[in-house]
Design a protein around this ligand. Sequence first.
Ligand code: HEC
Ligand code: HEC
Length: 156
Amino acid sequence: MNVRNLMLIVALALGAAGALSLATSTATAADEAPVAIKGLRGGTPLNQDNPPVASHQERDHPVGDRDFVQMPPLIPHNTANYQITKNFNKCMDCHAWQRAKASGATKVSVTHFRSREGQELDNISPRRYFCTQCHVPQTDAKPLVANEFRRARGLQ
Ligand code: HEC
Ligand code: HEC
């Protein structure tokens, strides 16, 4: 047998083995589990909540400048674990008028005592109760898209 015939036999044998393994692999492919798709909820059942994920936040830093006078100032400190519930508002622990002196926090704005009908209340107005509805912690995130936003002229 010359070398050429030997190589042919080896090639045929390898081909047969390849075909065999292909046959077995197609047989197992059908038995494999379906592709596991992982949603953002990470498989948590719909009737359960995921624990909140800490987003990147700068550490406490000086109060930022405002870009227009009616702007809710950004929160210059971490607010992780500051709860605002029906019975308790952690923010008011420091920002209430009677607490501001001791805590060094800015007094909550006088506008926050006005009801929807314009009546001045003696405590924080329900429409200003959920502070983080308007005030958000400031982070050093880079803008995702370019923009030409400019600070209000009165504050430039
Ligand atoms: C432990 C006390 C404390 C708690 C609790 C707290 N803050 Fe503050 N906050 C401060 C201090 C101190 C400052 C900084 C004041 C300064 O540097 O002039 C501040 C600044 C701010 C400012 C900026 C004010 C400005 O003049 O620009 C906002 C807005 C604010 N906090 C909102 C909140 C909100 C909303 C919560 C609740 C989620 C909260 N804070 C909870 C102490 C607190
Ligand atoms: C509906 C939106 C909204 C909610 C809710 C809200 N604020 Fe404000 N806040 C503003 C806006 C707008 C300003 C700036 C204009 C002003 O003073 O009213 C402001 C101003 C402030 C200031 C700066 C005051 C100053 O003298 O410069 C502080 C401190 C503050 N808010 C704290 C709070 C806290 C604490 C809560 C929750 C108890 C809260 N705010 C809820 C919109 C809101």
